[in-house]
Design a binder for this molecule. Structure first.
Ligand code: CMP
Length: 140
C-alpha cells in the first residue's frame, strides 16, 4: 500500500551537512518528500514527540540531543514507506546497522544516530500530524 512516514534528520547529520545525501537515499529508493521543514525543537516539543519513551533511562539524553541543534523534518510517501524507510535507516544502534544503511554511513552513536523514522502506521499518522498541518503536505 502507499503509505506516509515521518522522518527526522537529527542534529548530528544536519551538522555534518549530509541532508542532501540522505534525501538522495529516500528518492533513489522510490520515496517522495511530500512535506519538509527545518526546525530547532524546544525541550517541550522534543519531550512531547518522544513521550512514548518518557519512562526509559535514555529519555533525558535523547531529549537534550534532539534540541542540541536544528533538525530537518519530512514526510515520505511511497509503496510500503514505513518499512522501506526503516530498511534505509538500518538498526537504531549504528554499530549494529547493516553496511550501506544511513546509520552505518552517517551515525556516530545510539543517540547521535542520524535519523528517526516512524515504526508503524499508527505512530506514523500521529507523528506526521505532530509536525505538519494537512495544508502543508503536498502529494502532487
Ligand atoms: P529514534 O528512532 O529517534 O527513537 C528513539 C531514540 O532513542 C532512538 O532513535 C535512539 O536515538 C535513542 N536511544 C538511545 N538509547 C536507546 C536504546 N537503548 N534503545 C532505543 N533507543 C535508544
Amino acid at each position: 500500500a502507499i503509505e506516509r512516514t515521518l522522518s527526522i534528520i537529527k542534529p548530528d547529520a544536519v551538522a555534518k551537512n549530509v541532508i542532501g545525501k540522505i534525501y538522495d537515499r529516500f528518492e533513489s529508493a522510490g520515496l517522495k518528500v511530500i512535506a519538509s521543514r527545518m526546525a530547532h525543537l524546544s525541550q517541550a516539543e522534543a519531550e512531547q514527540f518522544y513521550a512514548v519513551h518518557a519512562a526509559r533511562p535514555f529519555f533525558k539524553d535523547l531529549v537534550s540531543f534532539m534540541i542540541s541543534g536544528p533538525v530537518m523534518i519530512q514526510v515520505l510517501e511511497g509503496e510500503g514507506a514505513i518499512a522501506k524507510n526503516r530498511d534505509l535507516m538500518g538498526a537504531t544502534d549504528p554499530k549494529k546497522a547493516d553496511a550501506g544503511t544511513i546509520r552505518a554511513d552517517f551515525a556516530d552513536s545510539i543517540d547521535a544516530n542520524a535519523v528517526h523514522g516512524s515504526d508503524a502506521p499508527e505512530t506514523a499518522a500521529v507523528e506526521v500530524a505532530f509536525f505538519f498541518a494537512g495544508m502543508n503536505v503536498f502529494n502532487s
